[in-house]
Structures are given as structure tokens and as C-alpha cells.
Design a binder for this molecule. Sequence first.
Ligand SMILES: Nc1ncnc2c1ncn2[C@@H]1O[C@H](COP(=O)(O)OP(=O)(O)OP(=O)(O)O)[C@@H](O)[C@H]1O
Ligand SMILES: [Mg+2]
Length: 255
Amino acid sequence: MERKNRIWTVSSKGGVGTSTICVNLARAFAAAGQRVLLVDLDTTSPSLDVLLGVDNAVYDVRDALLGRMSIKDAAVRLPSSPNMYLLCGTLDPAGDLPLTKLDSALCQAEKDLGISVVLLDTHSPGRYAKTIASIVSHTVLVTEPLPLPLYAAEKCGVFMREIDAPNLKMVVNRYDFTAKPVSLCSMIDQVGVPLLGVIAKDEDMAQAQLHGKMAKEGASHNTVCGFRNIAHRLFGQHCPLFSGFKKFDRKKFIG
Ligand SMILES: Nc1ncnc2c1ncn2[C@@H]1O[C@H](COP(=O)(O)OP(=O)(O)OP(=O)(O)O)[C@@H](O)[C@H]1O
Ligand SMILES: [Mg+2]
């Protein structure tokens, strides 16, 4: 089966905003009429349920992978966005999740639920990275415009190429457009991964997320545009990096 719309959001380093990117991309796809399944594969600090305001999940990814039930039955449909389904994450200290079952479970869910886009969220690449790389179509490496996250992204980029992570691209999150510009070209040079998009730093984001709100309600116009642009660009649609941004001089940030 062709796996053309499966996106893996992967951290370069803890706390850079990977799950935020995952959730808001899902919302951008859902807003464009796609039916979206999010799967929380962060086995150290799963958080998509909190970010989406889901507090009624009973089952999680372990139930689906151990074959106790299908993803269709284990996933929660979001009341606020009926085009979106979430399969919650689980801690996995023993490292015994049978991730090799994920592909067939996803194929079934894509059919059962009419899913057109799947997003898989993980922390930095760990023991399951190779398996995940083999079943997705796109890999989004998330970093921040700071020395340590960029260094971590550089290392991650090398590893992700070694495991043949498909369509590897980078998102720079929490970019402060109001401060002295940090060159995006120099980040691309350092990390060695093509740039997919830039998300603005938004002081209201953390507070909005506590209430399960999306960037649309809790973030600025340019942050929302950033997510929409990445969603367009992921599947090869022509969309300039800063399309729709307001009060913005792109030349200041590119060079
Ligand atoms: N663009 C942004 N502007 C401001 N704050 C942000 C932005 N993106 C994420 N954050 C905040 O950063 C914190 C970490 O975000 P998130 O949980 O998405 O990161 P993560 O990389 O998935 O973390 P973890 O390593 O725990 O999985 C959250 O409080 C979130 O609200
Ligand atoms: Mg996360």
C-alpha cells in the first residue's frame, strides 16, 4: 500500500515544540478538509492529549499495538474537530512496544476511518526510529534557533539520513521575529536539512495549550500562517515560506 500522507514529527532536542508543531499541523490539515489521525509515539512524555484538550481517552497506542483492539476503537474523535482522531501515547520504560505492528494497524485505520493524513509524534529518534522511518512518507525535524538545539538538529539530521528517513525537512520553531534576526540560511547550512517552515515565538502559546486550545485561538496571525504554510509545503504545493505574514520584511531573516 502506498504510504503517501504519513508525517513523522521528530524532536531534535526535548522541549523544542515538536508536539506543538504536530498538533497544529493536524489542525491545519483538518481545516483544509482532510481527515486526520494523530498518533502519540512519544514513549517518555506523551502529551498530545493535553495539547488537544482530550481528557476522556481510555485506550492508548499500547492497546492498538498489542492487538487488544483496532485503532478505530482505541482512538478518540475530537468533539471540537470531528475530522480529527487521536490515538493517545503510553510510557514504555521496558521498551517492549511492538512497533512493527504499527504499519498494518495504521493501514487498517486509514481504511476504517477514511483517514487521509496521519501524523506520528515522537521525541528525539530512539530505538523505534528505523521502524517509523520505514512506514512514513515525510519526516519533519523540529528545532529552535538556539545553539544547542541547532547542534542537536545537526546530529539528528545525520542519523535520520543514515536510517533513510523519507523527505527529511526542518522546521525552526519559536523564532523571535521581533529580535535581532538570526539568519535562516546559516541554520540550514549548519543543520544540513532543507527548511520546511518557520514558526514564530508566541508568548501566549503555553497558556492557550493548557486549555487544549489551538494556535488559531491562542496565537498570533503569523504563527497561524506559519502552520498553514508548512501544511501546504509538506505535500509539494507552491507556498512561499512567509506567505500571508503581516508587517514582515522577509529579506531581514533570509540572509
Ligand atoms: N512557537 C512557540 N512559541 C512559544 N512557545 C512555544 C512555541 N512552541 C512551543 N511552545 C511551548 O514550549 C513548550 C514545549 O512545547 P512542546 O511540548 O510542543 O515541545 P516538545 O518538543 O514536544 O517537548 P517534549 O520534548 O517534552 O516532547 C510548551 O509549553 C509550548 O507551549
Ligand atoms: Mg513532545
